[in-house]
Design a binder for this molecule. Structure first.
Ligand code: GLA
Length: 750
């Protein structure tokens, strides 16, 4: 709910040992979600001051929160001593160069190469629902969506008069979720270009610094490990400068009270709906307050905003929880499942797939794929995905990206034949592409060397023996899309894995004009979005799964196009405990690509029981990544049962609430989690013993999220217990052996 009211704030201030009274007119904005309030006000002289973000407040006049601090240097005559005021007050959208020395959201270079700017309040508007985001003439920008009865949007118009620059601050407030989203649209109403050198999407000023910062950091094969640090004076943050959201830092930050754990304490979660270079920073200021900002990374960014044009920032999703990290994550999960993920598979079970990457790598042909499909279909697997290596003359990772023509030496009889055979076995067929890439050894590079991202006169860095295509150039996108279309129209293809396996270097475009070269990073991402948008529009029934060297682009921007993302190239069940735990901080398990793979695991060399691999992969989209014709018979025999288990529990994973119980970052001996149906009629508890413990009593695991007053049958133990007992006393779990797992199904027995 959005409430706007005017008020007068009266306050006293000591000035030269004399108490002076002041009053000031305010326009107040109060944004309420079910459990949170976000409040700010516009002052008479046009400053947009932040008042509050946190647990719900009453229907009071909140103007008093904005009174000025006493300051010995405050002028007698004036309401504010601007030099002090600018660097002390809490602002909604701080600008660079006029006295606020903290992290800013906006910085420009005007026609005289001056960088100062100051936005002043002009007017506001409230609309029902939530407008979609689009950069005119370029691309749709991924964002959460909401119907008129789900949310309303407040738009604050701000103006920098000397620059004739308009900034519209958008705040969408969800009615039944503790979510507020933020983004900004700039319009140049002047006659001169304005260089936007820093345009962040959101700022929140907190009135204290007693927070811990939680981030999701990692590397290839160990993405989104959870790290928690106490805030300290100065700046602490995360970013990406790689052209993608990255393996190293995910565009997610939570600021939490020091007593915050899974179930209690305050958590403010921030997630940037963007797949390129991002920046997030928490600054503890001289006054022991915290400013948090998030948006496109200003490093190497400059957008030339021409007269009459606009610039749309991506959005930041802000989630508030008064019941710890668990509730924060469940809010993100609900929001992303209901208001971000779209398309045919949004609410549908996903087919159980088998992917040939770890089974064959590049060494496959039609016969091999059909062998795998034949065996897989007998076991109940529903889709075969042909991974990297089916096109050009690609037999290793050193060639052919960009040549999206079927290699008929490998795919003998052609793609249509292969797909028909797979379909004849009762299975769907999926295919791998890496559309953003170009190999130096490719027909495409011979014909269009200028289509790769590059700086003329400077050597081009190869990574995985490939370059990145210049997706800011629509000719490049059109060409790649025409090749993809040829493939997709040539056979019954029902799934695409869209991969992206290197980062951008020598960021230059052969087609952008000189003054627009620094737009390349953002234009590249918009180009990717444009192509994905075309793809999901033209092929609405195709299931799109994103991937980037495993999980380097597991972000909300990608979830807008693909309902699932490959979580990590690390498929080891134990490593996955950490990866999937971290990913679930912000992203729904129903979107996590999770497969059972062969052992010893190809990444870490570990051998884990087949059952454990299955139980861990259940918390995700579920599938297989192994040569089903060659694994041990005992493992193969387990697959039909695993698939039955997946079918039984997947509705809970896809639609239920997740409760994290254990966590390997705090205790690396075990992990446990639950999925509880929204109506609390059933739940699934999964326990994994990482390492066996000699001579110790059973472990007690307390359930979470059940209905206290319901009686549940714990099927595996044949125990009938109330929700109250299950949550307060728990069940005892005896396990023997490293890497072992057990699942428990709780069914309401009232
Ligand atoms: C990336 C992906 C893998 C696989 C390979 C193919 O690393 O993450 O799953 O598709 O590329 O080259």
């Amino acid at each position: 709910m959005i409430k706007v009211y005017e008020s007068v704030v009266n306050y006293d201030r000591w000035i030269n040992n004399e108490l002076k009274s002041f009053s000031e007119k305010l326009i107040n904005f109060k944004l309420d979600t079910p459990d949170s309030t976000y409040a700010f006000s516009a002052t008479e002289d046009g400053f947009l001051l932040h008042a509050y973000y946190g647990k719900s407040l009453g229907e009071d006049d909140l103007g008093y929160l904005l009174k000025l601090n006493e300051n010995p240097f405050t002028l007698k005559s004036n309401l504010r001593e601007k030099g002090t005021f600018m660097d002390a007050k809490s602002f909604e959208y701080p600008c660079y160069g006029t006295g606020d020395y903290r992290e800013s959201c906006l910085k420009v270079l005007d026609k005289n190469n001056m960088s100062a700017c100051e936005l002043h309040y002009d007017s506001y508007e409230i609309i029902k629902g939530k407008p979609s985001l689009r950069q005119k003439g370029l691309s749709v920008i991924p964002a959460t969506f909401a119907d008129e009865d789900e949310a309303s949007t407040l738009i604050i118009r701000m103006v920098d008069k000397p620059l004739k620059l308009v900034a519209k601050l958008y705040y969408t407030v969800f009615n039944d979720k503790n979510v507020i989203t933020r983004n900004v649209i700039f319009e140049n109403e002047g006659e001169d270009d304005i260089n936007l050198t820093r345009v962040l999407s959101a700022c929140v000023d907190f009135d204290n610094s007693n927070y811990d910062m939680i981030t999701l950091n990692g590397s290839w094969a160990r993405e989104r490990f959870v790290e928690r640090c106490r805030l300290h004076h100065g700046k602490q943050g995360i970013d990406s400068v790689k052209g993608e959201s990255s393996h190293q830092n995910n565009p997610f930050v939570a600021l939490v009270s020091s007593n915050c754990n899974e179930d209690m304490g305050e958590a403010f979660g921030f997630n940037f709906v963007y797949s390129g270079n991002f920046y997030a920073c928490a600054e503890v200021t001289q006054h022991k307050r915290t400013r948090f900002v998030m948006g496109i990374n200003p490093l190497d960014f400059n957008w030339v905003l021409e007269p009459g044009f606009d610039f749309v920032t991506p959005e930041v999703v802000m989630v508030y929880s008064d019941e710890g990290l668990g509730k924060m994550s469940r809010t993100f999960h609900d929001l992303y499942r209901e208001n971000l993920i779209r398309g045919y598979y949004k609410d549908k079970p996903r087919p159980v797939l088998i992917n040939n990457w770890e089974a064959t790598y590049f060494n496959f042909n039609t016969d091999k794929l059909i062998d795998i499909a034949r065996e897989a279909s007998k076991l109940g697997i529903e889709m075969l995905v042909m991974d990297d290596g089916w096109f050009g003359h690609r037999d290793s990772d050193n060639s052919s990206l960009g040549d999206w023509f079927v290699n008929e030496n490998k795919i003998t009889g052609g793609l249509k034949h292969l797909v028909s055979e797979v379909n004849r076995l009762g299975m769907k067929f999926g295919i791998w592409f890496e559309p953003e890439m170009i190999s130096p050894d490719s027909e495409l590079f011979k014909a269009h060397p200028d289509w790769a991202i590059q700086i003329k006169g400077r050597s081009m860095t190869q990574s995985r023996e490939q370059y990145v295509l210049d997706y800011s150039n629509s000719e490049v996108r059109d060409y790649i899309y025409s090749l993809m279309k040829n493939i997709l129209d040539s056979a019954n293809i029902e799934y695409i894995k869209w991969d992206m396996n290197r980062q951008i270097t020598e960021a230059g475009s052969t087609t952008l004009p000189v003054r627009k070269q620094r737009e390349l990073w953002h234009r590249y991402v918009l180009g990717v979005y444009d192509l994905m948008d075309r793809l999901v529009t033209d092929y609405p029934h195709i299931l799109l799964e994103n991937c980037s060297g495993g999980g380097a682009r597991f972000d909300a921007g990608m979830l807008y196009f693909s309902p699932q993302i490959w979580t990590s190239d690390d498929t080891d069940a134990i490593e996955r405990l950490k990866i999937q735990y971290g990913t679930s901080m912000c992203y729904p398990p129903s979107a996590m690509g999770a497969h059972v793979s062969d052992c010893p695991n190809h990444t870490v060399g570990r051998t884990t029981p087949f059952d454990t691999r299955g139980d861990v992969a259940l918390v995700g989209t579920f599938g297989y990544e192994l040569d089903v014709t060659r694994i041990p018979e005992a493992d193969r025999a387990k697959i039909p049962g695993q698939i039955d288990k997946f079918k039984k529990y997947n509705p809970l994973v896809r639609t239920g609430d997740q409760y994290r119980i254990g966590n390997m970052f705090e205790d690396n001996m075990w992990d446990a989690w639950m999925f509880v149906a929204k109506d609390k009629s059933e739940a699934l508890l999964t326990f994994v013993q990482v390492l066996g413990r000699p001579n110790t009593p059973s472990r007690t695991i307390k359930a979470k999220g059940l209905d206290e007053n319901k009686t549940y049958l714990v099927e595996e133990l044949n125990l009938r217990l109330s929700g109250k007992t299950l949550m307060n006393a728990g069940i005892s779990i005896d396990m023997y052996g490293d890497f072992s797992s057990k699942t428990y199904h709780f069914v309401s027995a009232d």
